[in-house]
Design a protein around this ligand. Structure first.
Ligand SMILES: Nc1ncnc2c1ncn2[C@@H]1O[C@H](COP(=O)(O)OP(=O)(O)OP(=O)(O)O)[C@@H](O)[C@H]1O
Ligand SMILES: [Mg+2]
Length: 391
């Protein structure tokens, strides 16, 4: 069934009529993606003139890669040369004035014909073979920059759409990802509970909240009490499904070890451990590292990050290194631009890409992009391995 994406109710009947055959209507492109995921043979999406152009083009360029047989016909109120050029570059099949129903009908026919020449096998999404990497951002001290780091790291790994990234808010009781990115939590991790045991990519895509095309979030429950109902095994299942859907999964955490965090540490390829240049936080990092050593997590999975570095406060990266006996891999300077960007709800790496803080987050992302591939869970030794071993 062809898909028509528009929020303008009045135009649905005439547009659907011109498209021909059965038509499913969706309000936005996230919903369109969900429908497409459930029907790998669908070949036509018509995007209404009320849909934001950037979103429409992002959607099209992603679909062109993962589902080349899908034809996108873009409706605009007026045809402009610049829009046409951008649309062609993104892979839109035709741009049609919304008022011209005859032209729309012809475009839909042409697009369907073209899709017929594409072998059915290539319509199956390429994501099925993905084995994404998981990076968890952790510190046992509150307020040292975990959410700031996780959100900006996700943005840097996304690299303007080059990689598919999912940011998971595992601070289940007091998650800040939604507010940091100005997202409204409609579905959250709590909703995964109903699917536990049968969670798959289709179910998971219904729990995602889109930030940008190719950058989605799994948000924390809205009610703090809900977090207690979520079993750690569900978190593991969620991550295993997300790995198959995304190139990178970034996890924000609460400031304490709990069974959810341990499940994530077990599953993750990268442990990004934060400290700030103050003695109590540094002491906590030392204890965290001892704990991770005790649990036999591989040291080469670790990246130590000194956040809010400030020459005026006395503790330097060298001091940190001498206490934790590990190199500080990334140093993020202290800057008032960070809280200012959070208050505006736009990550600093988007708002001020050339800022030294943004450069540090990009350096962190580069380490992950250059990192080793994910090894199968069976070969890893984490908390649960240790429990078994110690009886
Ligand atoms: N490099 C930085 N320079 C200046 N301020 C920073 C920096 N990094 C984080 N902050 C500020 O520190 C505060 C706490 O940051 P954030 O919420 O990311 O920490 P957190 O570890 O997630 O906290 P919590 O444990 O409460 O979840 C925020 O006000 C943020 O703006
Ligand atoms: Mg936080």
């Amino acid at each position: 069934m062809a898909i028509l994406c528009t929020k303008t109710k009045a135009v649905i009947p005439p547009l659907a009529g011109a498209m021909g055959g059965e038509v499913s209507h969706v309000d936005d492109l996230v919903e369109a993606e969900r429908l497409l995921a459930s029907d790998p043979l669908e070949t036509l999406v018509v995007i209404g003139s009320d849909v934001d152009l950037t979103e429409a083009l992002d959607f099209t360029s992603t679909q062109r890669l993962v589902r080349p047989a899908l034809g996108v016909v873009l409706l605009r109120e007026q045809l402009e040369v610049t829009v046409l050029a951008l649309a062609i570059r993104a892979g839109v099949r035709e741009v049609v004035p919304e008022s011209d129903l005859d032209v729309l009908a012809e475009s839909c026919l042409r697009s369907r014909d073209l899709s017929r020449f594409t072998p059915a096998s290539v319509t199956i999404p390429a994501q099925q073979s993905i084995e994404g990497k998981v990076a968890v951002v952790f510190a046992t001290k509150g307020g040292c920059g975990k959410t700031t780091t996780a959100t900006n790291l996700a943005v840097c790994l996304h690299a303007g759409g080059a990689n598919r990234v999912c940011l998971v808010d595992l601070d289940l009781a007091f998650g800040d990802v939604a507010i940091s990115l100005q997202l409204t939590p409609v579905r959250t991790l709590v909703d995964a509970m109903a699917m536990d045991g049968q969670l798959d990519e289709t179910g998971m895509s219904g729990l995602l909240t889109r930030y940008r095309q190719g950058l989605d979030c799994v948000l924390a429950p809205v009610e703090p009490g809900d977090s207690e109902q979520i079993p750690a095994s569900l978190i593991t299942n969620v991550l295993r499904v997300l790995r198959r859907m995304f190139d990178y999964v970034v996890i924000d955490t609460p400031p304490q070890f709990n069974e959810h965090v341990l499940a994530v540490l077990d599953e993750a390829d990268h442990h990004i451990l934060l400290t700030t240049p103050d003695v109590p936080t540094l002491k906590n990092l030392r204890l965290t590292i001892d704990m991770l050593d005790m649990l036999s997590y591989a040291r080469d999975r670790r990246t130590i990050v000194l956040n809010r570095e400030d020459p005026r406060v006395g503790l330097t990266a060298a001091d940190v290194e001498s206490v934790v006996k590990t190199n500080v891999a990334v140093r993020v300077p202290a800057s008032l631009a960070v809280p200012a960007s959070i208050n505006r709800g736009v990550p600093i790496t988007i708002e001020k890409a050339d800022h030294p803080v943004s450069m540090a987050f990009r350096e962190m992302a580069a380490r992950i992009l250059a990192g080793a591939r994910h090894e199968p869970p069976a070969t890893r030794r984490g908390l649960f391995g240790l429990r078994k071993w110690s009886g």
